[in-house]
Design a protein around this ligand. Structure first.
Ligand code: KDG
Length: 311
């Protein structure tokens, strides 16, 4: 058994320093919200596994090599000889503004199905992490996500749904129709403030959506506020966690780092304040360095930011 199992599509991300239209050098990175979370946990010494389908070529080999190098278990990854790797082009315009272009329709990762997840879930996990990206990829990926959430929640496994709305993959209406029922299987729901209503009534206020989720059995709702930190709602009330004051170099991946930190704190048995402190600490490491996950801390580095007071 592992501490955390996550699944989805891992992408090969090709990053340019400036506008793509002007060309120049691209650098190759592993991307994917779920694999970012798995790496965040593995860096802290937790046993993390990632499941999904990768292409049976050099690019799929690259994805597996990166995950293995970071200590993420890939025992339940399927190589797909028929379909290509999902690609993502990322152009940086400012530290906060990056534009993404996907080439992932019909990819190996998007062909994910229930049978790809069955052995991974059967092997056992303390936490199942899933995102709102995976059900946007295909009908089979949507069915697999729902199956995994339902199966894990029935087995008493902690399920964490990280909403992660990707407007380039589906509309808010389509996302809401799928993610709202999915949230009913989750114990922990993570969303940024502008995507929270995708797990409630469209346009509903934060308090209304949160009350609905808590009534449906969700125990913790984490609302990410970017540079303003996060709010955590439980039945006991609401608590605000400020972000740590670091200079933002690259904000992509900060949300995944936040989730990884929160779940790491949960696995370590920390109280809510401790889980939030670890969440904002990982978020700070993610924004302070380039890349989605490259700057995430190892356990002995967690204390590096201890002297920073939440700003
Ligand atoms: O969360 C960061 C992600 O945006 C990135 O790694 C790619 O998973 C990704 C996606 O589908 O956008």
């Amino acid at each position: 058994a592992v501490d955390l199992l996550t699944f989805g599509e891992a992408l090969v991300s090709l990053r340019s320093a400036g506008p793509l239209a002007t060309g120049g050098a691209l650098t190759m990175h592993l991307a994917g919200a779920e694999s970012n979370v798995a790496i965040g946990l593995a860096r802290l010494g937790h046993r993390a596994a990632w499941a999904g389908r990768v292409s049976d070529d050099e690019l799929g080999g690259y994805v597996l090599r990166q995950l293995r190098a970071e200590g993420v278990a890939v025992d339940h990854v399927t190589r797909d000889p028929q379909r290509p790797a999902g690609l993502m082009f990322l152009e940086r315009r400012t530290a906060d503004l990056t534009r993404v272009r996907y080439h992932r329709a019909g990819s190996a990762g998007s062909a994910l199905g229930v049978e790809d997840l069955r052995p991974a879930l059967a092997a056992g996990t303390r936490v199942l992490h899933l995102t709102g990206i995976t059900p946007a990829l295909s009908d089979s990926a949507r069915a697999a996500t729902r199956w995994a959430a339902e199966t894990a929640s029935r087995a008493g496994t902690l399920v964490c749904l990280d909403v992660n709305h990707r407007a380039k993959l589906w509309s808010r209406d389509d996302a809401g129709a799928v993610l709202t029922p999915l949230a009913g299987y989750a114990s922990v729901v993570v969303a940024s403030a502008d995507e929270l209503d995708l797990v409630g009534e469209p346009g509903a206020a934060e308090e209304t959506v949160v009350a609905g989720l808590l009534a449906r059995g969700v125990t913790t709702v984490l609302v990410k506020l970017g540079g303003d930190g996060a709010r955590a709602y439980t039945r006991e009330g609401v608590r605000h966690a400020a972000a740590l004051p670091v200079t933002a170099v690259d904000t992509v991946g900060a949300g995944d780092a936040f989730t990884a930190g929160y779940l790491s704190g949960h696995l370590d048995g920390l109280d809510l304040a401790g889980r939030l402190r670890r969440a904002v600490t990982l978020g700070a490491f993610a924004v302070a360095g380039d890349g989605d996950w490259e700057g995430l801390p190892r356990r002995d580095e967690l204390s590096l930011l201890d002297d920073l007071q939440p700003g």
